[in-house]
Design a protein around this ligand. Structure first.
Ligand code: AHG
Ligand code: MN
Ligand code: MN
Length: 337
């Protein structure tokens, strides 16, 4: 019988760490704890139809949206795991207006801060559609030994140390980067481990999928309307129109396009000139992954990773995916601005 060599997430992290001289294992420990929280949340997501986790928790988050129960659960699990790692001095989460600082001796000495969207695509929970968790890791700027400060979180995306997402889909995967390529791990439920299944992910430079909420079409900028028309026409290479695919979970839409080639757009609209998605814990981590996989991410004009954040929950228009598609969309936006 053929023997397959399995590489677990933890083995992979440790092996990577060994390649970095002077690495003390702090980031590895942090990633390890994120992996643990992902498994706990995954269990809960799987049981969503069985136990009382569906529906709203009755509280509104800072965006004025009603939180689902799983949002609260995921937020709690990841927050606890990050605190327990001892390497993280504070977090910013979609679910909390302000930063959370873990103000004890161990945490204050932590070198990293984390931003996260604990449950992305939450409106899809009760209809059995893929959802996700997004995270981003930075080195703090403020001195170690003290509480984390707001300025630790308002760093531009090009300073990310690591970023990734967990997708709770037909299988559960953790995909992350530390700036040396993108690797994907699939959770094997039989052994309860994330196993390396998608090493060195590279996204096709040209794709056939375009993903955006066309329900907002009348409020789209003219350049985007023209780009959509272009996608719907037969292209020169394949003589076929592109395919429209939109799940409504950023993680799931991005993940599909990453593997198959495509573009994801959450554009500016007449009512929301900055779009909907949040820079710190949605766009920056996804942009880091996109670039590490040879793709691109912009706000329609400028590189996402170069934007200097002004506040924790700021929104930004988002164009990401296959390089040639993003560049073409940017060109349409420019030509009609
Ligand atoms: P969240 O569930 O964290 O609030 O995020 C939902 C986001 C994102 O996942 C998705 O791409 C987008 O909202 C969908 O928005 P529309 O329903 O406006 O298309
Ligand atoms: Mn989200
Ligand atoms: Mn969310």
């Amino acid at each position: 019988m053929k023997q397959y060599r399995i590489t677990t997430l933890n083995e992979f992290i440790i092996r990577r760490q060994a390649n970095i001289p002077y690495a003390k294992g702090e980031l590895s420990r942090l990633l390890h704890h994120i992996g643990i929280a992902a498994k706990v949340v995954n269990k809960k997501v799987n049981k969503a139809g069985l136990v009382d986790v569906l529906g709203t928790a009755g509280k509104e988050n800072v965006q004025g949206e009603i939180q689902q129960k799983l949002d609260v659960f995921a937020d709690m699990q990841f927050t606890t795991a990050l605190k327990d790692s001892g390497e993280c001095c504070g977090i910013a989460s979609e679910e909390n207006q302000e930063i959370i600082t873990f103000d004890d001796e161990l945490a204050n000495d932590g070198k990293y801060i984390v931003t996260m969207d604990p449950l992305d695509g939450s409106t899809n929970i009760d209809v059995n559609v893929s959802i996700g968790t997004i995270f981003s890791i930075y080195k703090r700027i403020s001195p170690r030994g003290h509480k984390a400060e707001l300025r630790d979180f308002l760093q531009s995306g090009n300073r990310q140390i690591a970023a990734g997402y967990v997708i709770y889909g037909s299988s559960t995967m953790l995909v992350y980067t530390t700036g040396r390529g993108v690797n994907g791990f699939t959770l094997d439920p039989a052994i309860g481990e994330f196993c390396l299944s998608h090493p060195d992910i590279i996204t096709p430079e040209q794709g056939r999928i375009y993903s955006l909420n066309e329900g907002n079409y009348t409020n789209f900028p003219e350049g985007l309307k023209q780009y959509i028309k272009y996608c719907q026409e037969k292209d020169e290479a394949t003589h076929r129109p592109k395919k429209a695919r939109y799940i409504g979970s950023l993680v799931a839409d991005f993940h599909r396009n990453l593997l198959k080639g495509g573009i994801f757009i959450y554009p500016p609209t007449a009512n929301s000139p900055n779009g909907k998605l949040r820079l710190l814990y949605e766009c920056n981590p996804i942009a880091f992954l996109a670039e590490q996989a040879n793709g691109k991410a912009s706000d329609g004009k400028n590189r996402i990773l170069d934007i200097v954040p002004q506040n924790l929950h700021q929104r930004v228009p988002f164009f990401t995916g296959s390089r040639i598609m993003v560049e073409r969309a940017e060109q349409f936006m420019k030509d009609h601005s």
